[in-house]
Every structure is written in C-alpha cells, then in structure tokens.
Write a protein that binds this ligand. Structure first.
Ligand SMILES: C[S@@+](CC[C@H](N)C(=O)[O-])C[C@H]1O[C@@H](n2cnc3c(N)ncnc32)[C@H](O)[C@@H]1O
Length: 407
C-alpha cells in the first residue's frame, strides 16, 4: 500500500529481494530495509531511499561497520543471523523453484571463517577503497571488517602504491591476495611502466614486505613465492589468479565435492582454476583438469608435479564454452566436477547430459545459471539429489552452492 505525503511515500516492505533490498508493492526496491517493516521513503521509479523507519523488523540488528550503507561492498549487515541464513538459503531455494526443480536444500554452511583473503581495491585521485553503493565515487577505507587481518595490514601498501603511481593519472584496481607466504599484489590499469618506476615499485614491495608485486600479471618483483594449499598440496598461483574468496569456503566446498564424488576413480575437473578441487581429489582418484586460464593450468601442473603421493593428475588449457568436453571424451571418466564462472556452463552441460557418468557435482556462484544447467542435466537423465548453499560472501547478496547429480 502506497500513501503519498508531500515528496515522501509510506511503504510496507513485503520481502527481502535477491539483491538484499527490501521490496514493497510496485515493486519498489528500498536498500537497507527488511521484510515487514513500515518505512518512509523517497521513491523514483522502482528505486526507493529509506528516509525513516516507522516500524522496524524484530530481526533488525545494528550493523557492525561504520561504512555500512555508504560502502558498496556489503548489502546486508542489519539482519539477525537466523533470518540472514534463512534469506541466503532462500535465494537458492527460489532459483531452483523458478526452474521447476524439486530437491531438498540443506541448511546454509557458514564459510566466512577469518574473512575474505582476496579483494580488489580501487585507487584514484589520492583515495584508496571500495566503490560507494550505487556510485562511481570511492569510499576511503581505514579497515574493512570483512577482510582477513593480513589484507587490512596491506592497505598501507596499497596507499603507497597509489601515491607512487598517481602521476600516471589513471584509475587503478589493485588485487590483494593473502597467501601463506605473504601478500600477493597485482596492479591493474597502470599500463606499461618504465624501468625507473619498476625499481621504485620493487623498493616499495620490500618496504611493505609484499611476497610478490606485479603489474597486470607482469611480475615486478617476487620476494617470496606466493603459496596456497589445496588439501595437502601447495600451489603457487599466478598473479591475480582466481581463488575461492575465503579459506573456509575452499575447505567447505572441497569437502562437499569429495562427499559428492565418493567412490569415483576417474574424475574430470572442469573449470579447475589452479586446482582447488582437482588437487585435493587426486589424493584418492585419477584426475584430468581443464580450464581456459593457461597460467592457472601451469600452476596446477607445477603443483601436481612437485606433490608426493598423488594419483595421476593432468592439467590442460581448454576453452570449455567453445570446446566443451564431448560425450565421447567423457567416456573414460566415472564422475565430473564442474565449477564455471557466473555465466554457468550451458554448452558443457549439454555434453554432460549426453554422457553416461555415474556422478556429476556442480559448484556455482550463481544459483540462476546453476538451475538452468541443472535442468539440462535432469533432462539428460540425471537426478539432482542434494544441494548445499555455502556462504563465503557474507553480508553480500552472493551465495555459492554445491549440487550433486546421480544417474
Ligand atoms: C569459479 S572459478 C573456479 C575455479 C576453481 N574450480 C576453484 O575452485 O578455484 C571459474 C573458473 O573458470 C575458468 N573459466 C572461465 N571461462 C572459461 C572457459 N570459457 N573455459 C574454461 N574455463 C573457463 C576461470 O579461469 C576460472 O578458473
């Protein structure tokens, strides 16, 4: 029900939407509001701005970060934990339901752990931080409570990098990854840098004890080889490589993948990255890993060659959107794990549907594209037996999931 009073509108929030905004009749999307709340808002089209909370939800809690509502990093810090868990799990239930898939969805696994070990900070015009919500402006950060402490310590180094590179007049993105041997830092947006600047950056890396500093993948200095561990295997990821956002999610997703593939002896790891799942699986089964990122595949291959006691594991660079593994190529495997980017794995799912695998485990950061691909697998004769939502992007509207298919 909408009542117009001057320029303000009174609204009742009916539900929490999939981006974390409260949704009132219309629909009108009002950030930082909760289901059941009566509010006063300024409304423009479908967007509302909360002006006054007239009747707060009993599930409303105090956000813990002073930057919340200005910083674009978090969508939801103002919801009590049980209600937050129910909402996140509900995002998965809803996406599957909309695709007509009937499957039990497990409780949400909390995988925030010590926090995010990987973050992209923006640096421009003397400012370092994250983008403001719904804006291109930056919010200056002294610390972010979502990040692991090592990344917060790295903010000083990022500020120094920004100062050093400010003269270029270019907006920079700086990817910081906390590894077992220290911070790995990749600068994006600076373009080519000359030898004089490389020397200055190398000095700066030493001053802030960075393990490695690179400029768009081109290593400026490697003081220690950055290392992450998958299962018992140590891997040296290439600059800016994809890693699961938290170490806990790495462990939780791997455990769910292993459980889903139990009994498998020959596994294809599709969209394998640097080997998060493949290297852990190779403790008990033969693995062939595929990913389009050549540097990630080289890191996986190097780690597999150095590791002791693994079953045979190979790593191949291949674009699985344009050249998915065909049903014939899938014949040697009894199981597959696939973990595509947000766009999902439609072409590969069609080939999986045509193959006669005993088990397929899908890992996804996008319930909508997972549901689309699951429909293809189900039409091919698989049954989706279990779906587990995993929360590694706590306080955001993103949710990860693991789905187990059987024939
Ligand atoms: C969500 S990540 C998963 C990586 C890995 N499974 C992990 O857990 O660390 C998605 C992976 O898909 C890869 N990728 C993106 N597009 C691809 C394509 N067209 N063909 C093959 N791999 C692709 C990326 O390089 C990335 O490693």
């Amino acid at each position: 029900m909408i009542h117009q009073t001057d320029t303000l509108v009174q609204l009742t929030i009916e539900r929490l939407g999939h981006r974390g905004d409260g949704v009132a009749e219309g629909p009108v999307f009002v950030p930082y509001t909760l289901s059941g709340e009566r509010i006063e808002a300024e409304v423009q089209g479908e967007r509302g701005r909360l002006v006054a909370l007239q009747e707060p939800s009993p599930d409303r809690i105090e956000p813990f970060c002073p930057h919340f509502t200005r910083c674009g990093g978090c969508a939801i810090q103002h919801l009590s934990e049980p209600a937050y868990h129910a909402w996140k799990r509900g995002l998965v239930v809803e996406a599957l339901g909309q695709a007509g898939i009937d499957v039990p969805v497990e409780p949400l696994v909390d995988a925030h752990g010590r926090g995010r070990r990987r973050a992209t900070l923006h640096a421009r015009k003397g400012k370092v931080g994250f983008a403001e919500a719904r804006s291109h402006e930056l919010i200056e950060l002294d610390a972010c409570p979502i990040l692991v402490p090592e990344l917060n310590q790295g903010l000083e180094a990022v500020r120094a990098l920004e100062k050093q590179l400010r003269g270029l007049g270019k907006p920079l993105d700086i990817v910081l990854t906390a590894t077992l041997t220290g911070l790995d830092c990749d600068i994006r947006g600076a373009g080519r840098i000359d030898d004089k600047m490389r020397l200055k950056l190398a000095e700066l890396a030493a001053r802030y004890d960075l393990a490695r500093l690179s400029n768009h993948g081109d290593v400026v200095i490697e003081r220690r080889v950055p290392v992450v561990r998958f299962g018992s295997v140590e891997v040296s990821p290439p600059p800016g490589a994809f890693l699961q956002a938290t170490a806990d999610a790495d462990r939780a997703l791997t455990a769910l993948v292993q459980e889903g593939l139990i009994g498998a002896r020959r596994v294809a790891d599709l969209f394998a990255g640097c080997g998060t799942f493949g290297l852990a699986l190779a403790a008990t089964c033969q693995v062939q890993a595929f990913d389009s990122d050549k540097a990630a595949i080289a890191a996986l291959d190097g780690a597999a060659k150095r590791a002791q006691g693994l079953k045979p594991i190979t790593a191949t660079a291949r674009d699985l959107f344009h050249r998915p593994l065909l049903a014939d190529e899938l014949k040697p495997f009894d199981a597959v794990v696939f973990d595509p980017p947000r766009a999902g794995a439609e072409a590969q799912s069609r080939r999986l549907a045509a193959a006669k695998l005993k088990r397929v485990v899908g890992v996804s950061c996008n319930p909508a594209t997972f549901a689309r691909d699951a429909v293809i697998l189900i039409a091919g004769g698989y049954k989706l037996v279990k779906v587990t939502p995993v929360d590694q992007f706590r306080h955001s509207a993103h949710v990860e999931l693991v789905g187990v298919f059987e024939r």
